[in-house]
Design a protein around this ligand. Structure first.
Ligand code: G6P
Length: 571
């Protein structure tokens, strides 16, 4: 949530070049954006609009916002400045004690221009600098601020960027003749594969050809440069209208790449992963959103092999998890930065549980918190809605379950996905029939229940249609009251699941327009597999294509749906 960038370079860069970097982080939030380079300050609402000005600079900080404190207005857009405009900051995170600090700063004569928590950071430094050095002020900031932050700060008369971090992600990209500070590696992964990751309560002073890191006491620390491996996907949409469809079409390719990695570069980590699961007394997944649905499928697959496992939604983890040192907690996450997941993992760490993870973004916080982590290898996913990363998460979980006896031939997964994708036109027709409806129900049982929830989530986030993904068996306990003549109900029926078929009949008898997504019987969509494991993946892909085409019909901003962000770094 919120993306920040700091650029400091030997050579001048153009405004356009700086904004192109910010664009790479736009998936983190797109309520407003801003730029500051010691001469000009830009703050605007809406999606990032690259200024036409022919302006060059050697230093700049930029921000793309997902609003938390304060509405979506130009004033609330970052960067924020101190009263004397000597200090300019961008911030990702939440300053929890901002009201207390703000009241105090107001008493001292500071004038605030926005409603954000972030603006206090600029005034805080302005006030501190009256009596202290900037380095001392950074130490005080880390010790006095409650909450989470990745802050970049420019002092007008200096040619350097100050960077401070707690809980919100921050990384320094080491590039030729320049240093780039950013919320994640996407901002510079096209020009460098070397980075230094900030740990909590560290700060750095970054110059064009130099950087120094400090701990919370102001003691200089040596940090390791990490070389990161990143499957850089073609970042242009090219022939595709949207990233969403481009990323769906990449699914066969990323599945093949992932499965190959288990025989090669990920072989040893994969084996360690399995060993740790085998040694543990209790298996608990933790995840949010789409990743939660993948983990629920994982639980199902393990359960099929007689392995007891559970999954919990990350934001409720603390309230429902009973863990001890013999528990293994498996985090499933695309971004590796979801704050709710991090929070749950911190709780698990306190209880001395082992933490392992399945993560798409290498070196992300969750990967660094894990004893072993498997890379999802889906490459960058630009569309806010997860598609190919979900498919690869499930593929990893199938590969794990296979080690415990789950019957599946994973070599045919990619070709089956290709066949599923070939049904796009058929799915498009279904989309054209139902895209004007107000409510859609998606029913599943057993393995198709998590998929039903995932399909409904996709419909909500991308097509803006209210959808409920639910257990077929639970329908009769209430929701069936909402079924009217013509209500679309998508029934996911794997291997002639008779109970599921009965649930479909029950709604059909009440006039619902039932769309059958099935394998072993003649459905509206035939899923090309007889394997339950593959059915889960393929039925979810049906949902991805359906949602995409409904959103197209409704002319919606598919890659950047309103109010959402891809990386959710607030609780
Ligand atoms: C956000 C995204 C979802 C994603 C969820 C969990 O809500 O919009 O697409 O599933 O976060 O994210 P993670 O990165 O942990 O998988």
């Amino acid at each position: 949530m919120c993306g920040i960038i700091g650029l400091i370079s030997e050579q001048e860069f153009t405004l356009k070049e700086a904004f192109m970097k910010l664009k790479k982080l736009e998936y983190r939030g797109y309520d407003s954006f801003g730029y500051y380079d010691t001469e000009i300050l830009i703050k605007k609402t809406g999606h990032i609009d690259i200024p036409r000005k022919n302006k060059k600079s050697k230093i700049a900080i930029l921000h793309t916002r997902w609003a938390t404190h304060g509405g979506v207005t130009d004033y609330n857009a970052h960067p924020h400045q101190s009263c004397d405009k000597n200090i300019t900051i961008v911030h990702n995170g939440i300053i929890e004690n901002y009201q207390e600090l703000k009241d105090d700063l107001i008493k001292r004569g500071h004038k605030f221009r926005s409603e954000t928590d972030s603006e206090v950071v600029a005034h805080y430094f302005e006030e501190k600098l009256k009596t202290k050095s900037i380095k001392e002020s950074c130490v005080d900031f880390i010790n006095e601020i409650k909450g989470t932050f990745a802050v970049l700060l420019i002092k007008k008369d200096e040619n350097r960027i100050y960077a401070l971090k707690r809980d919100s992600p921050l990384v320094l990209g080491i590039c030729n003749n320049k240093n780039i500070l950013a919320s994640d590696i996407y901002a510079f992964s096209d020009i460098s594969d070397e980075a230094i990751f900030f740990e909590n309560d560290e700060f750095a002073i970054v110059e064009k050809d130099n950087y120094m890191f400090f701990d919370q006491h102001g003691k200089k620390i040596n940090k390791k440069i990490q070389k990161f491996l990143w499957e850089q996907e073609e970042s242009e949409k090219k022939k595709f209208r949207h990233y969403m469809i481009k990323e769906i079409m990449e699914e066969p390719k990323v599945v093949k790449r992932l499965l190959f990695s288990f025989k090669t570069e990920q072989k040893s980590n994969f084996n360690k992963f399995i060993e740790l699961i085998k040694k543990s007394k209790k298996i608990l997944f933790i995840a949010a959103g789409t990743s939660y649905h993948a983990s629920l499928l994982g639980v199902y697959y393990l359960h099929e092999c007689g392995i007891e496992a559970q999954t919990l939604i990350a934001s409720e983890f603390r309230h429902f998890a009973t863990i001890d040192k013999e528990t293994i907690v498996i985090a499933v996450t695309q971004s590796g930065e979801t704050m709710d997941v991090i929070d749950g993992l911190k709780y698990a760490q306190k209880k001395r549980a082992k933490i392992i993870s399945i993560v798409n973004v290498p070196y992300s916080t969750i990967q660094r918190m894990s004893e072993v982590s498997l890379n999802i290898l889906a490459g960058q996913e630009v569309c806010v809605a997860a598609t190919k990363s979900f498919v690869n998460q499930v593929t990893i979980l199938l590969a794990i379950a296979k080690e415990f006896g789950f019957k599946i031939n994973l070599d045919t997964l990619a070709p089956r996905i290709e066949s599923m994708l070939k049904q796009e036109n058929k799915i498009k027709k279904i989309a054209a029939e139902i895209y004007m409806k107000n409510d859609i129900y998606v029913l599943g049982r057993g393995l198709s229940y998590p998929v039903a929830r995932e399909v409904a989530l996709k419909i909500k986030e991308i097509s803006y249609i209210h959808a409920e993904g639910m257990m077929g068996g639970e329908l009769k306990h209430g929701t069936i009251a909402l079924i009217e003549k013509g209500t679309p109900v998508i029934a996911l029926i794997s291997n002639k699941d008779y109970d599921m078929l009965s649930n479909a009949k029950e709604v059909e008898a009440r006039g619902a327009n039932v769309i059958k997504v099935a394998n072993e019987l003649n459905g509206d969509i035939n899923v090309p597999t007889s394997n339950d494991g593959k059915f889960g993946v393929l039925a979810a892909i049906f949902g991805q294509l359906l949602t995409y085409h409904m959103a197209l019909e409704r002319n919606l901003p598919i890659d950047k749906p309103r109010n959402l962000a891809k990386s959710v770094t607030v609780k």
